[in-house]
Design a protein around this ligand. Structure first.
Ligand SMILES: C[S@@+](CC[C@H](N)C(=O)[O-])C[C@H]1O[C@@H](n2cnc3c(N)ncnc32)[C@H](O)[C@@H]1O
Length: 267
């Protein structure tokens, strides 16, 4: 999984993940607060793009942030240190063989990870095992099938479809957001609640146009150019037209919509 992770581990992907997190803080995190003294496992923390917000919103919680990638963890740790965060411990770990005793944590938080895993239900079951009875899991995922924009453009649709296809080829699922309810329920979680969180950007929200339409979504699609061409799923000119059309939606008369899904379940 580590090598197949579709977005890779290049420095500009770390910047994109940080832009994504900064832009979406309010939309995705405003209702996540863990109480004083409780233990939280953040699974797949990457370069720590969500970790800082988690730690700030729950400054009394003891957070353990794990990732399979040692280099991402190093970056996460240095971001956290630079931000003055002192309630997070970083540890290298694979979600599929977690180095924790059963019932160790009060809460689990996992964001933008299940979409890359070949067996998301097994991952959820593993995370459930380290949760104490009564503990909660919070899952956030996107769903690329929720993308629509103006002006509509077939080349843009095709470029997005490359990402969906590459993720599928690597064993993941870029449409996983819509599946969170059945996945959590089938993995044994109770009281599952899913709330869709739509991002809508137009020229009246220049920060969102810049931070989301351009620097998060379009940058993500653009970042798959090499892999898409190598996989032979699109011609270079068609891909470039698609990316250009996505940037076109960030013009003053353009609009862009995308929906994230946030789920909470209980053990
Ligand atoms: C898209 S990044 C998301 C990072 C972070 N949660 C965020 O929202 O910015 C997915 C992360 O999952 C990690 N990952 C993938 N498979 C994993 C596994 N089996 N165990 C732990 N981490 C894993 C990758 O190394 C990568 O850092």
């Amino acid at each position: 999984m580590n090598q197949e992770y579709v977005h890779g581990y290049e420095p500009n992907e770390a910047v994109r993940l940080q832009d994504q997190a900064d832009t979406l803080v309010e939309l995705l995190h405003s209702d996540t607060h863990f109480s004083e003294g409780c233990t939280v496992l953040e699974a797949g923390c990457g370069v720590g793009a969500q970790t800082i917000t988690l730690a700030r919103n729950s400054s009394g919680a003891k957070i353990t942030s794990v990732d399979i990638s040692a280099s991402s963890l190093e970056q996460a740790e240095s971001h956290a240190r630079a931000a003055g965060i002192d309630n997070v411990t970083f540890q290298q770990a694979d979600i599929f063989s977690l180095p924790f005793q059963p019932d160790s944590f009060d809460h689990v938080f996992i964001c933008f990870v299940l979409e890359h895993l070949p067996r998301p239900a097994d991952a959820l079951a593993n995370l459930r095992a380290v949760l104490r009875p009564g503990g909660t899991i919070t899952v956030i995922e996107g769903d690329h099938g929720s993308t629509y924009f103006h002006p509509e453009n077939e080349a843009a649709d095709a470029a997005i479809q490359c990402q969906v296809e590459l993720q599928r080829m690597a064993g993941g699922n870029a449409h996983i957001g819509r599946q969170l309810y059945p996945l959590l329920s089938q993995s044994g979680f109770d009281s599952v609640r899913v709330s869709p969180r739509m991002v809508y950007a137009d020229a009246s929200k220049p920060d969102l146009v810049d931070g989301f339409t351009k620097k998060t979504f379009t940058a993500m699609i653009e970042g798959t150019r090499g892999s898409a061409l190598e996989a032979g799923i699109i011609e270079p000119a068609a891909f470039d037209d698609g990316v250009q059309a996505l940037y076109r939606t960030a013009e003053p008369d353009g609009t862009f919509c995308y929906t994230f899904f946030k789920a909470v379940g209980k053990k």
